[in-house]
Design a protein around this ligand. Structure first.
Ligand SMILES: C[S@@+](CC[C@H](N)C(=O)[O-])C[C@H]1O[C@@H](n2cnc3c(N)ncnc32)[C@H](O)[C@@H]1O
Length: 327
């Protein structure tokens, strides 16, 4: 897959062009696409590298389209039909990957975090009494700001006990496509934790860092975040510089990033991830609450058997969990 590193550099090290299907594409054209896509509020917090990669993936499909974009003058480029078609396709793809889970109004979660901070400061909350009713209710409201965690609200209580009964209490957790799942930390009943959250959304990662900074004053938790595009796992080991964690969560992510029914990306991630245990979940209902057709995920059973991993499944309300031993 192309990456921004493939862009040709001039002597002054300024990016000038990218080679695609044997054609040199001016970096101005690429930048115009990225800038246009980022003017949309919904996508302006997505890492530019991710937009770039989606753009290249789409352009690569059509050499005639590239030729026709290259012919356009600077003034006419962004008004042209071809330009608009590509922008639309990139946006649709980014929406599928990222946008449909996001709450449009992010101010609510910022306000809730401020409430939480004030409550801790004004009421002398310590690490002993920090899971009082108010704190739990603010966490529930925070978890409601992301559709995935909102759907899990009914099962968080007791969920981690069941998982950690199998894996043992982890000291380190890696969370891939984490969203805001770390806001369920009070339900984990852990006193010491190193947590690394990875996601395509810069915005969610920024919020997690802010929450982590605050919570680490009260608990022995170290929170780190890193942007990732899990689709790129197909062609390279994305985790070569990540240390081995006790447990890795991949909740409701694999079927979003799969580009084909062969589940090659999922398999590559399952094999490459540096963790003793993997906990992978799948929704059993659609976002519109309809029951899905194949809730058992037969393909996961076949793949895990073929790879020779031992695993247990937990069927919870609206979500199926695979707890996989990679020891
Ligand atoms: C359905 S949500 C699940 C969030 C979280 N794991 C949970 O269950 O609460 C999917 C998450 O995957 C992230 N995501 C989507 N495409 C991704 C990609 N290509 N690479 C990394 N993360 C991605 C989204 O930003 C979103 O946070």
């Amino acid at each position: 897959m192309s990456s921004k590193k493939d862009l040709t550099k001039s002597n002054s090290s300024k990016l000038i062009s990218i080679k695609l299907l044997g054609r040199d594409i001016d970096v101005f054209l690429i930048e115009t696409f990225i800038e246009t896509i980022k003017t949309s509020k919904k996508f302006n917090s997505i890492d530019e590298e991710i937009i770039f990669n989606e753009l290249i993936r789409i352009l690569k499909k059509d050499s005639k389209l590239i030729d026709s974009l290259k012919e356009k003058s600077v003034e006419k480029l962004s008004k042209s039909k071809e330009f608009k078609v590509v922008v639309k396709e990139v946006k649709q793809s980014l929406h599928r990957l990222y946008g449909m889970f996001q709450e449009k109004d992010k101010t609510k979660r910022d306000e809730l975090l401020i409430n939480l901070k004030n409550e801790f400061e004004n009421n002398n909350i310590t690490n002993k009494n920090w899971n009082n009713e108010f704190v739990i209710s603010v966490h529930e409201n925070l978890l409601s700001t992301h559709s995935s965690t909102k759907e899990r609200l009914e099962i968080y209580e007791g969920l981690y006990d069941k998982i950690f009964e199998i894996t043992g209490k982890p000291k380190s957790i890696l969370d891939l496509g984490c969203g805001l799942n770390f806001l369920s930390f009070p339900y984990m009943n852990l006193n010491v934790l190193e947590y690394l959250g990875m996601d395509i959304s810069d915005d969610d990662l920024k919020f997690l860092r802010e929450y982590g900074e605050f919570i680490s004053k009260y608990k022995k938790v170290k929170i780190d975040t890193k942007p990732i595009n899990l689709i790129e796992a197909k062609n390279k080991n994305l985790f070569f510089d990540i240390k081995k964690h006790d447990v890795c969560f991949i909740f409701k992510v694999l079927e979003i990033i799969e580009l084909s029914k062969s589940h090659k990306i999922s398999e590559k991630i399952i094999v490459d991830v540096p963790a003793k245990w993997l906990v992978i979940s799948f929704p059993t209902r659609t976002l519109t609450k309809k029951m899905m057709n194949s809730i058992r995920r037969g393909w996961m059973h076949l793949m895990l058997d073929r790879l020779g991993y031992e695993y247990t499944t937990l069927m919870e309300k609206n979500e199926l969990f695979f707890v996989i031993n990679k020891n």
